[in-house]
Design a protein around this ligand. Structure first.
Ligand code: ADP
Ligand code: GLC
Length: 521
């Protein structure tokens, strides 16, 4: 059996905290590799060289040319380190693709970059080339771990590679984002026309980067056990449930964790007062300071409800906005901190004007403010139509802020509902159904409990004690990598090719009808 010290993992991602972040993917991409490294695994994280990533990382050595990619010329690999954990990073340096003002996926006006296909195909090609030991790099991974559609082409490219290839894992963080592009982009991506079939990367007449990954990865994971089941149903499968059912034996849910080096009120420097289970009084001080800062009436006994997330349909921002008048009517305060669809942003801003001192709205995405908000709030409102995992509610638990969630995806696994658990283990409030009344019913239950201090304290203590550290999940990933690189394994690729450097597990159940051939990586 391969030991952690002899295992090499290439983790390919489009986000990495603290360099570039639009959501939970950035947190996972920093914390999981760090936890794998703590197990002794040699892990490198590959990220596009966006301007902010180049500015924020600690640079190490000279860059290494990785050859040409379609539409952008030469790409280079820039060895660097994470500024906070010291984790080894490989930034993909290609100024025409990545160095521009705006976000990783969108321009400053919120429109998708028109060359996202080229940008993320280049990331996948870089990963595939490194994985095959090209370009004189003295390092080849045993497993390439791709994440979401941005690196969905990695398994496709590697499954057809002519030279030695590692095993591939694809983690689905959110099936709703699929990397769909018009079919006429195929030639500009340098992919052969016969990839474009229902058994390949075609999805209702378009190219799907995510489907390419799901179809070709040796193993699939997603970020909670419940979501792993849900995505195999038409309700949550986003049109890919059939393929996911076909691959069910190669699909596993491994829950995310919380990085308590960052998400812990006992260590959190931006807080007005640090606090812990043993010194919970600090939370009251945070509440007073932050109510003032947020423009809310300073009332220690008034429940503060926080809504902190992307302001999108996924997060039920529309229903939360509808709930605001009732929430104010029952005497609660609401603090919103988020960014997303313009219609939701405008609606929340109007509510803040209508209810001064009761509703505070800050549009934006600032890490420091996010952590302060978890400290000031009593309740985190986090209803989602679907939620692969949902990091914010588990972070909230450590801050003694009790979550109100919809019983869906990872939220169903991580929050213990007070109505269904009377053994003193409850940590929050959960509802089924998706209507405004369902949400309000659950929120009312939370507000009633808040008004019973003894019961509330008991739940807070239980919440703050819960341990969602990354060690357990990292061990699960290691066990999975090991099954893919173990001694009994045979070639994995969908299309037959030359033998892999280490034998890998056979995956004949999903073998593709595509004929054996080579795609240039
Ligand atoms: P998702 O990835 O779907 O957005 P998660 O709950 O898994 O949901 O992760 C969200 C991440 O984004 C968390 O790290 C959370 O703290 C952060 N976040 C959410 N809203 C904001 C905001 N307004 N400002 C800063 N960080 C935010
Ligand atoms: C996605 C999901 C979220 C998950 C995060 C990290 O953005 O929406 O539920 O926690 O990825 O895996």
């Amino acid at each position: 059996m391969i030991r952690p010290e002899t295992m090499r993992i290439l983790f390919v991602t489009s986000e990495f905290y603290p360099l570039v972040k639009t959501g939970g993917l950035a947190d996972v991409s920093a914390a999981l590799p760090a936890a794998l490294a703590e197990l002794g695994i040699d892990v490198r994280v590959m990220v596009p060289g966006y301007s902010e990533a180049l500015d924020g990382a600690e640079h190490l050595d000279e860059s290494v040319p990785l050859g040409e990619v379609p539409g952008a010329g030469t790409i280079r690999l820039l060895p660097a380190r994470s500024p906070d954990s010291g984790l080894p990073l490989w930034l993909i340096d290609c100024p025409p693709l990545y160095q521009r003002a705006g976000g990783p996926y969108q321009d400053p006006d919120g429109r998708d970059w028109p060359d996202n296909d080229l940008r993320f195909a280049a990331l996948s090609r870089a990963a595939a080339r490194v994985s095959q030991g090209e370009h004189g790099l003295n390092w080849r991974p045993d497993v390439v771990h791709a994440n979401d559609w941005h690196s969905g082409l990695v398994p496709l490219l590697l499954s057809h590679a002519a030279t030695r290839r590692p095993a591939t894992v694809l983690t689905i963080h959110n099936l709703a984002f699929q990397g769909l592009f018009d079919a006429d982009r195929l030639p500009r991506l340098g992919l052969p026309a016969d990839c474009f079939s229902p058994d390949g990367i075609e999805f209702y007449g378009r190219i799907s980067f995510l489907k390419a990954g799901i179809r070709h990865a040796n193993h699939l994971t997603t970020v909670s056990r419940t979501y792993a089941q849900e995505i195999q149903t038409p309700e949550f499968g986003c049109g890919l449930d059939g393929l996911l059912r076909q691959r069910a034996e190669r699909l596993v849910g491994i829950p995310n964790g919380a990085d308590y080096r960052i998400w812990d009120p006992a260590r959190d420097l931006p807080l007005p007062r640090r606090y812990s289970l043993a010194e919970i009084a600090g939370k009251r001080i945070c509440k007073e300071v932050l109510q003032r800062e947020l423009g809310l009436a300073v009332e220690p006994d008034t429940p503060v409800v926080a809504f902190m997330s992307r302001l999108t349909e996924q997060k039920m921002a529309d229903t939360v906005a509808e709930a605001v008048p009732r929430l104010v009517e029952v005497g609660a305060q609401l603090a919103v901190h988020g960014q997303g669809d313009r219609t939701h942003e405008t609606r929340f801003l109007a509510l803040a004007e209508r209810y001064p001192g009761r509703v505070s709205v800050r549009i934006g995405y600032q890490e420091r403010r996010a952590r302060r908000l978890l400290a000031v709030a009593d309740i985190l409102l986090h209803p989602s139509r679907f939620e692969p995992f949902g990091l914010v509610p588990i972070y909230a638990l450590r801050y003694g802020t009790l979550p109100v969630v919809r019983r869906v995806g990872g939220l169903a696994d991580s929050v213990v509902d007070s109505a269904t658990n009377n053994d003193g283990e409850a940590t929050g409030f959960a509802f089924t159904g998706g209507s405004l009344e369902d949400l309000l019913g659950c929120l009312t239950r939370a507000l009633d409990t808040f008004r019973q201090p003894v019961g509330w304290r008991r739940m807070q203590r239980c919440a703050m004690r819960r341990d969602f550290g990354w060690k357990g999940p990292a061990e699960e990933y290691f066990a999975l990598y090991r099954t893919l690189t173990g001694p009994r394994a045979g070639p994995v690729s969908a299309a037959p090719g030359p033998p892999a450097p280490r034998p890998q597990e056979a995956d004949m159940r999903v073998s593709t009808p595509m004929r054996a051939r080579t795609i240039s990586t």
